[in-house]
Design a protein around this ligand. Sequence first.
Ligand code: ADP
Ligand code: MG
Length: 700
Amino acid sequence: MSVNLQTPIDYLKGVGSNRADLLRKELGIHTYQDLINLFPNRYIDKTHYYKINQLQRNTSEVQITGKITGFKEVTQKRGKRLVATFQDETGTIELVWFRGQKWIRENLKQNLPYVIFGKINWFSGKFSMPHPDIETVDAHKANISSAMQPIYPSTEKLSARGITNKMIIKIIQQIFIESNGKFVETLNDNLLTELKLINKSSALLNIHFPKNQELLARAQFRLKFEELFYIQLQLILKNLIHKSKIKGFSFDKVGDYFNTFFKGHLPFELTGAQKRVLKEIRSDLGSNAQMNRLLQGDVGSGKTIVALMSMLIALDNDFQACLMAPTEILSVQHYNGLFELCKELNIKIEILTGSTKTSKRKQIHEALENGELNILIGTHALLEDKVKFKNLGLAIIDEQHRFGVAQRSKLWKKNTSPPHVLVMTATPIPRTLAMSVYGDLDISVIDELPPGRQAIKTVHRYDANRLMVFKFIRDEIAKGRQVYVVYPLIKENASMDYKDLMDGYESLSRDFPMPDYQISIVHGKMKPADKEFEMQRFIKGETQIMVATTVIEVGVNVPNASVMIIESAERFGLSQLHQLRGRVGRGAEQSYCILMTSHKLSSNSKTRLETMVRTSDGFEIAEVDLRLRGPGDIMGTQQSGVLNLKIADIIKDNDILQHARHQAKKILKENPSLGHPDNSAILETYRSLGKYKNIWNYIS
Ligand code: ADP
Ligand code: MG
């Protein structure tokens, strides 16, 4: 009879209600199961025994077998210390106690074999070990945690209240005693055999009390696999269910709009990546299931044309389409660009933003409802209840992370049936992460830039080089180029940051005086109309320098701007730096990005700057970013319970993740209901995970 792992920890021998409360509050441990799944952070390897003559001055923690041959008390400035001579067949060291000397003298015997463990010090020609862990050889052999000692996660409060690592080891051992070391298997035989995984009981024993490094590695592999496997299983199942439940409009044909555009109006040849992605989208749109697709593509990779061509497919099937962007400026840019591209196609296209005049707004609402209007572009204004489509077939959202989940679902509700949804983002999410977090979304990637783009030259300069940088700016402006100078605004309304910005603006105004030079300034404290005015001056080329905060981060397109100067670059995150750099390099001219910093740099900042100088591959940058910050910080993923992994690491265990995803797919393909007897362990486990509802539902 195995123990019920759902038993509250209060019932475990040695726990009691006070400790149970602490464990609940501090570590979120409620049941036996939670406790058995509290995996050690690390282990102290006690599989190795040192001989005293092997000790080196830089050795740290060691384990030695030997005996005590004598005690002495040494009086020192404050109190006294107890010193024992400890000896093996190769030499002697000193054991030292500053406290608890009485107990030591009464309990430790001379000439009895002991195993000691602890940090060694080298002091005036001798090795010594203060306050060693010490046990008799017999006790040592009987102790199941003696080989590799687990070190468990803890909190200050827990240690302060006497729940030590030793204590946790003891209560976990108690579960092994009560359960006889037998735990229900949670994977099926096929998986265990195919991947040569050790069984659950053995994995749990060896994750807590590994006999040796090899068994520990096998236990870790098995448990990491299991963790990732069930996440993938849930994500894939959810995707399957979504597809079978939510009927989408089937766009059966590719018709005149698309074909006319493709044959006669495409301004350039599509890249291979653009073609591939269009095919993926096209296949979704014609599949009867509602599309829920994330389109990732670096800045400048050409997502807009893909968006347009997808919308043309919707139009060919007598549906309307909309494109939503996070800012007014971006919406206007999209509108102008798409209007230009479509002007010979007989398409009615409009823009709706916060600043659309009431009369115009009315017109748009009407045309939208009676179906005259084919494509609507705009900001959040699209989400207002008054905006009603006749038949919205496709909704495209640019730069997804500026919109909340709730806002997206509003779009969704604009129809009796949900429209197909395409979310475009220029913030590349590393594939590994995307797979885990958005495993229930389909993902398309444009991983190729249009041909002929010149790589942006990126350099790192210190504040002391400012005169040279100014000279460089002057030269570029003389060639007719425009320049961005960006200041960090880490906290909205932080007056220090505004001071930096204004100081910078003044100093630039002195070095680049009117009337030869004109400078625009844009920041978050300005009124929208003033911002827009200043932006427009820069877009029209009336000003040569744009001083700004990160307001300009998203999507602004001024092909003539060829220099991006980022002040205090060490204060920006990698993805932000990458986004900012993407504002230049949009025209035919060689572009530059200059990262200005002070001399004082943390190693983290150095890595960020070096990465920016080394590469402009958004995915590589995202990987580095993920490694530096950890997945929890990546935009939007905080809400994802998927990342609260107990043992696996999304980055380091990428290989295991691939295996897990592959196996989950395979099993679901053969047996989507998991009803086959071979899969009973999996179905059982999957069901018990029901309470795990934390997976972020991305769109719906
Ligand atoms: P983003 O993915 O950042 O939204 P855009 O769609 O704005 O990129 O495209 C960036 C620029 O590249 C635009 O000027 C666009 O016209 C151009 N472009 C896009 N695709 C191609 C292509 N296949 N060949 C040449 N130029 C292209
Ligand atoms: Mg874009």
